[in-house]
Structure formats: C-alpha cells, structure tokens
Write a protein that binds this ligand. Structure first.
Ligand code: GAR
Length: 211
C-alpha cells in the first residue's frame, strides 16, 4: 500500500478527485495518509477533515522557505508518506524537499508544459492565442514546472473562451488526469528514460533507468 501525502493551498478539487478515485477503487494500492496546506483556511483542508482524513495547516506566510519545508517534511515522514501529490499547492518547494522524495513528488499544472509555466497558465494560453491547451501531470524536479511528464490531456481553446470558461474545461480534464497519472506511477510498470516516462514494454533497454 502506497501512502499519499496531499499538499494544497486552496479549493482542493484535484485532491477530492483523487480521494474519489481511491474510494471508488480506481486507484488500488493507494491511501491518503495526510493532507497538508500552507494556507490555514484553505477550503481543501476543511474538505479533508470532513472526509475524516488527517489534515493539518502549516502556515507559510512570513516564514523562511527552508524552515517551512523542513516542518512539512517532518510531518510527511511522521505519516510515513511514500508519494506526494501537489494539488494546487501554490508554493515553490526547496531543493532539499525535492531531494527527500526523488521522482516521488507529482504536480498538476493547467497547461501543456513546457508552454505557459508559472502562475495564471490559463490566462497565458488565452493571451498568447493558443488554439489548444490542457493539463500536465509531471514529477517535480529542481526547476519550476519542469520535471518529467507523466501524462498530458489536451483541451480546445474556443474563440469565445474567458479565463473562467477555459479554466473550468481544463479542470474537468485535470480531475481525470491526476488519477490516471497516479495509476501509472503506482503500477510500477513505467520507467524513466531520459526525459521520457514510458511503459517498460516500450522502453529502449540500453538506456533504461530502472525505477
Ligand atoms: C488547478 O487548476 C491546478 O492545475 C492549478 O491550481 C488549480 C488548483 O485547483 N495549479 C497550478 O497552477 C500550479 N502551478 P484545486 O485546488 O481545485 O485542485
């Protein structure tokens, strides 16, 4: 059984989609061990408590990133977390944090990376005039919105889209994408090959890096 640690800063709809997938037995072998937020009144934290999950706020405002991350890490270790899901966690994590969970931190981002990293990805896509956008689930590495891509889903950008309508359409796909990506990781059937995350049957043996 893999123990998931969920980190969120806001609404928590991606967290709830993961919780639902586990409840409906679409993610066998996973259990949510703890939900942490850097924002005390994050609605996602309240939802986690309603579901009876261990949920804690570790406020980040005004704190040094290293101190805050050390406390987050201690709490994750305390709950024996194997895999971390950033689910709308709007804070950059330290290299020490990333090193503590190598290729074991997942993030979801509302664009087709490497296009439109950073904040307001949906607005960036609209303003750029992109005809297609979507979402990306990726491993977290030392650079923002940069790690190895686990899975992406595309969404059409319509001519009358606003940030709100495009965000809502992407979000529906996010809710499916996160669980699918988790299923891939939990399956143990995928390996990292350079920047590619591929099914072991499709891997090139000479360059494969076992995970
Ligand atoms: C989601 O759209 C997620 O992709 C985005 O924040 C939203 C969180 O929604 N994350 C980022 O932009 C990270 N750079 P949620 O709290 O309802 O899951």
């Amino acid at each position: 059984m893999k123990r998931l640690g969920i980190l969120l800063s806001g609404r928590g709809s991606n967290f709830l989609a993961i919780a639902r997938a586990i409840r409906e037995q679409h993610l066998l072998g996973a259990k949510i061990a703890v939900v942490l937020s850097n924002v005390e009144d994050a609605p996602g934290l309240a939802s986690a408590r309603e579901l009876g999950l261990p949920a804690f706020a570790i406020p980040s405002a005004g704190r040094k990133r290293a101190d805050h991350d050390a406390e987050m890490l201690a709490r994750l270790h305390q709950h024996k977390v194997d895999l971390i899901c950033l689910a709308g966690y709007m804070r950059i994590i330290t290299p020490e944090f990333v090193r503590a969970f190598p290729n074991r931190i997942l993030n979801i981002h509302p664009s087709l990376l490497p296009a439109f990293p950073g904040l307001d990805a949906q607005r960036q896509a609209l303003e750029y005039g992109a005809k297609v956008s979507g979402c990306t689930v990726h491993f977290v590495d030392q650079e923002v919105d940069h790690g190895i891509i686990i899975l992406q889903k595309t969404v059409e950008v319509k001519e009358d889209d606003t940030v709100e309508t495009l965000s809502a359409r992407i979000l529906e796909h996010e809710h499916v994408a996160y669980s699918e990506a988790l299923a891939r990781v939990l399956s143990g059937e995928y390996i990292v090959q350079g920047r590619r995350y591929v099914h072991r049957d499709a891997a090139r043996p000479s360059r494969a890096t076992a995970r």
